[in-house]
Design a binder for this molecule. Structure first.
Ligand SMILES: NC(=O)c1ccc[n+]([C@@H]2O[C@H](COP(=O)([O-])OP(=O)(O)OC[C@H]3O[C@@H](n4cnc5c(N)ncnc54)[C@H](O)[C@@H]3O)[C@@H](O)[C@H]2O)c1
Length: 282
């Protein structure tokens, strides 16, 4: 019987974009604890270095912090050079950078009226510049780092995990560009998994649902009472497990997808959403 733990991750060299974000930080703790040598990358190099240092001292793990732009090939190439100099070829890639923009978000959930004064609140009022930015960040921000870092895996094998979203499986109201761009990430994940399988490179995606974090606490709960807001009550009613997630609850699925425990798993999108995407509401 092969290993039933994450032992094979020990000493592997990983790059994670979005490492300075809410999910990235939690993922980095899990990776460091599993003995992965991690280049934690974010937009801001000082923040990345600070977080990497903090996690290294908490866990005794090997981490470096790097600043890069997932939409700029030269900054990605430079990061790859730094990782090579320090540890050698990249074996694991987590494409965690991603996000949304307010201008690409409709203000109304549904377009109920035909009054021209309300049109701006609907799909017709979306800012196409912001729409394009969301697509570039989520889609090209996955394509480019994969082109740069997964080159190292050709011939020797490796693993790529893309951060998608539950909104890719079930588009959420308002976030038009975000949901569509994450659906593109899922499709790209499948495409890459087929294309790169002969090289023993596995490609999967994680689709997180709703997580309560310090950043969104004010949106999801009433500031004064701490009670769920109206939108949160809708989310909870549509979540079979009946609660919001905690960011650390993504760690297990991520370690699984990166390790040999999932060695026959490629081209999948793993939802970590308390069952939200499985429930039709009836
Ligand atoms: N937080 C959630 O509840 C949630 C739910 C579903 C999916 N996701 C997805 O998970 C991923 C991480 O989310 P998060 O909430 O931790 O993000 P976050 O907003 O907390 O952080 C974003 C991260 O992306 C990096 N980033 C943004 N633009 C970049 C660029 N051009 N180049 C390099 N790095 C860049 C930032 O430096 C930061 O590290 C994203 O893809 C997000 O869409 C998050």
């Amino acid at each position: 019987m092969k290993a039933l733990f994450f032992e094979d991750l020990k000493g592997k060299v990983a790059v994670m974009t979005g490492g300075t974000g809410v999910i990235g930080r939690s993922a980095a703790q899990a990776l460091a604890a599993a003995g992965v040598r991690l280049a934690l990358a974010g937009r801001d190099s000082r923040r990345a270095e600070a977080i990497a240092g903090e996690i290294a001292s908490q866990t005794g793990g090997q981490l470096i912090g790097l600043g890069l732009n997932v939409l700029d090939r030269s900054s990605l190439e430079e990061a790859r050079r730094v990782v090579h100099e320090r540890w050698g070829p990249v074996q694991l890639l987590i494409n965690g950078a991603g996000g949304n923009r307010p201008g690409a978000t409709a203000q109304d959930e549904r377009m109920t009226g035909a009054d021209p004064s309300e049109r701006g609140r609907s799909f017709f009022g979306l800012d196409l510049g912001a729409f394009d930015e969301v697509f570039r960040l989520n889609v090209m921000g996955t394509v480019l780092p994969t082109q740069v870092f997964a080159q190292d895996m050709v011939g020797t094998g490796g693993v790529v995990v893309n951060l998608s979203s539950m909104a890719s499986l079930r588009p959420l109201t308002k976030v038009a560009a975000y949901a569509a761009s994450k659906a593109a990430v899922n499709n790209l994940t499948q495409w890459l998994s087929v294309h790169l399988a002969p090289q023993k490179i596995r490609v999967n995606a994680l689709a997180p649902g709703f997580f309560l974090t310090e950043q969104n606490r004010f949106l999801l709960t009433d500031e004064k009472t701490g009670e769920p807001t109206a939108r949160t009550r809708k989310i909870l009613a549509a979540t079979p497990l009946g609660r919001l997630g905690e960011v650390d609850e993504l760690q297990g699925a991520l370690l699984f997808l990166l390790s040999d425990l999932s060695r026959f798993v490629t081209g999948t999108v793993v939802a970590v959403d308390g069952g939200f995407s499985a429930y039709s509401g009836v």
